[in-house]
Design a protein around this ligand. Structure first.
Ligand code: SF4
Length: 336
């Protein structure tokens, strides 16, 4: 008999798990982590592939169907293709995607594809070399663009570009990035800047809102027409250019929060379960995985975690508390 699904006290069904495989990264986006003096989790504290696979197999019995592999930067985790192959062959998993900064894609796009990966999001705020250097503090844009070309040639089914929309910085990039994506059959996901950075740089005046970007694109390229989303729980609101060339998505966590449709849970690299990107509390799965606890004990922890899930982030309320910096490193600035 199928186990009862993971439903929280707001009636949301959880079938989507984000798995962070490392807190480390090979670039230094200023709105994510400091350039120097970054303290990473000890390697011995990071879940190994067997532990991740065991957790996912248990989660599948609870209705998890979609996986997204993230970081830090997941491609810096050695032999990642081995984990991708393991996850892609677990019965019940219907969707497997990965979010990366793309710097290591030239050499890893093929082994990841062979391991079964078909959907990839590449974090790219600009195609301008100087601004890439300014944002990431690394002169690596050529590798990211070469990696995207490799993914295209290999036939990845869905290639999306995650672009963080920081106001008074990326406005000059909005249109060139959209043109680049249209020319290559990629989809840009413009992500409203969220208060998640380790240095507390965020304030509302730095958020370039989805509506502002829609106006810029409509004026400079072609009007955008909303597209009904096949999965209303997906974080992005989708649009099509009226000339029929290309789509863009908006992850508008600040101006259009979508928490009431949230179906996501997160497993951190050091084995903590978090019901929300902004959660200030988490449950320790690793201790159970490393103490020969039964699957039932892990199921109970997951159910407890979901049962305690809050209504949503409180970015727009005075009650908002930014998650502790340690948690911040353990996530990719992907969709909320
Ligand atoms: S902010 Fe939290 S609750 Fe809201 S959609 Fe994101 S993960 Fe879900």
């Amino acid at each position: 008999m199928a186990a009862r699904p993971l439903v929280d006290s707001w009636g949301r069904v959880h079938d989507n798990l984000r798995i962070s495989v490392t807190d480390r990264c090979n670039i230094r986006c200023f709105y994510c982590m400091p350039e120097t003096d970054v303290h990473f989790v000890r390697r011995s504290e990071i879940l190994d592939f067997e532990e991740i696979e065991r957790f996912v197999r248990i989660a599948v019995t609870l209705g998890i169907r979609k996986l997204r592999v993230t970081g830090g930067e997941p491609l810096v985790r050695r032999d990642l293709a081995v984990l991708i192959r393991r996850l892609s062959t677990i019965p019940g998993i219907e969707d497997l995607a990965l979010t990366t900064n793309g710097v290591l894609l030239p050499q890893l796009a093929a082994p990841l594809y062979e391991a079964g990966l078909r959907r990839i999001n590449v974090h790219l705020d600009t195609i301008d070399r100087a601004r890439f250097l300014e944002i990431t503090r690394r002169d690596e844009i050529h590798k990211v663009l070469a990696g995207l070309e490799a993914c295209k040639q290999l036939g990845y089914s869905k290639i999306k570009l995650n672009a963080v929309a920081v106001k008074h910085l990326v406005e000059p990039d909005i249109v060139p990035l959209a043109r680049y994506a249209r020319e290559n059959g990629f989809e840009v996901r413009y992500i409203e800047f969220m208060p998640l950075d380790a240095q507390n740089l965020w304030d509302r005046s730095k958020v370039l809102l989805a509506d502002e970007i829609i106006a810029i694109l409509g004026r400079e390229i072609a009007p955008l027409v909303p597209v009904p989303d096949p999965d209303p729980r997906a974080p992005a609101s989708e649009y099509q250019f009226s000339d029929g060339i290309g789509r863009v998505g908006f992850i508008a966590s600040v101006s259009r929060p979508f928490c009431l449709n949230c179906n996501r849970l997160r497993l951190t690299a050091d084995g903590k379960l978090r019901y929300c990107l902004f959660a200030v509390e988490e449950d320790d799965v690793k201790t159970l995985l490393r103490s020969d606890a039964s699957d039932e004990a892990i199921v109970a922890l997951v159910r407890r975690n979901v049962a305690g899930k809050w209504e949503g982030h409180e970015i727009n309320s005075t009650r908002f508390v930014a998650p502790p910096a340690a948690h911040v490193l353990d996530r990719r600035l992907g969709p909320a």
